[in-house]
Design a protein around this ligand. Sequence first.
Ligand code: NAI
Ligand code: MG
Length: 504
Amino acid sequence: MPTETLIAPTATSEGIKPEIREFVGTHRRMLIDGQWVNAKSGDSFRVYNPATGEVLGNVAAGDSADVDLAVKAARRAFEHGPWSRMTHGERGKLIWKLADLIEENLEEFAQIESLDNGKPLAVARVADIPLAIDNFRYMSGWATKIEGQTVSLSNLGQDFFAYTLREPVGVVGQIIPWNFPLLMAAWKLGPALTAGCTVVLKPAEQTPLSALRLGELIEKAGFPPGVVNVVTGYGETAGAALAAHPDVDKVAFTGSTEVGKLIVHAAAGNLKKVSLELGGKSPNIVFADADMEMAIQGATNAIYFNHGQCCCAGSRLYVEEKIFDKVVEGVGEKTKNIKVAEGFDPQCGMGPLVSDEQLERVLGFIESGEKEGAKTVIGGHRLGDRGYFVEPTLLTNVRTGMKVVEEEIFGPVVCAMPFKDIDQVATQMNRTAYGLAGGIWTKDVSKAHRMARAMKAGTVWINCYNVFDAALPFGGYKQSGWGREMGREVFELYTQVKSVCLKI
Ligand code: NAI
Ligand code: MG
């Protein structure tokens, strides 16, 4: 296997722990049935450091043959392995133990994430990794609380006794994106394992490293072989094979709406269950009666957090007419203070975008906006010629129908638009094909709740934005997806109900 991989020396790479240097820089195999294996084909692919564009690591390129082996292992583990006989309490304990192990390795995970994805190390330390830990802990508690019911029958009288069982859905395929690599793995694995399912996880090809490190800790925690399999590979090969596999009972996907639709088609072959967490074009609405400082800071964070690479990014900023100039100026000021730098730079507020593909995509959107008449108040350009850095960008003079207003950019680009009154903005906010999330800034509680009800979105934040908690369900209305992750709702995705009826 290639050994040319390296962590290219950069301004700040001295901070990298030696064990991370080694983990990242050594050819990584994937986890199938408790073994670390290369792809059947022998192929591998490179992962890049988005801060430099240089090769960071090298990973096995799984395809349909490897997916098939992983699904077989997951099926054996589900039907016959020790996992299938474990008590709910034992399962919960294992998941909690995994959370402890991640916590012990928090710095290590944060460094992997920053190197692989480009995000600020400081953000990975306080957001990505702690949220992943919380998610496993929260879910582990449900292991002993997923239960059926006794049912009093409506018309059959006293001669029957009926109850329901809530059982795991079976072998689950999970396909995740690159924006929060470990956290997305946690959102998927936590509830699936809690419910008693077995899993084949396919991380994004841009950021497979933290899922592989997680695989090591899954083994260390003592999960039986085959319960979690991690197959690295491209979407068109490994991902597509998993979505179409006839022995997968359910597929859970987070990524683009375009691929979400492909997953639905692929799943039709065996009618596997499908859940989807897709794109967004979330409205963030500032009323004139809002706390201005809070709203301006909130609107800035809502778009630039994770470089705008959030499905719920507040990318349509609606501001009440009379305070429009003030808010635009305020967001512009805050934006100027964001330091765009390598993730390991302690002052880094925004790192590079994840890949050259995303760089091109985001620059293309800015260009199209400008061509259609948008005014670039701040930003608008690539920074430097190394790595995939883009300036945080604020556009005004934008209108309904423009590409930048309608489509998900998935980068640090916000469109600010004035509105006259609550009725006008209530119509505007629901105009896109998406319905993932939205924000409302006001001191008037009646207005806040009226807007929350009117918004066609799975999550509404009032006087805050991007607030996540393992107990709070998250998912999309309209073309933003099917199903809810997190909270107790997530078990609808990973369990199925059996009715048992007995004649006395
Ligand atoms: P993508 O949807 O292609 O990738 C997400 C995951 O799906 C990856 O693991 C990928 O390998 C897999 N995948 C790709 N094609 C597949 C297929 N045919 N069958 C099964 N799995 C497949 O997203 P991509 O190309 O990385 O980004 C493009 C755009 O998608 C972004 O600009 C953004 O707008 C959106 N996106 C949205 C995300 C979200 O959290 N909602 C996350 C990532 C991207
Ligand atoms: Mg793609």
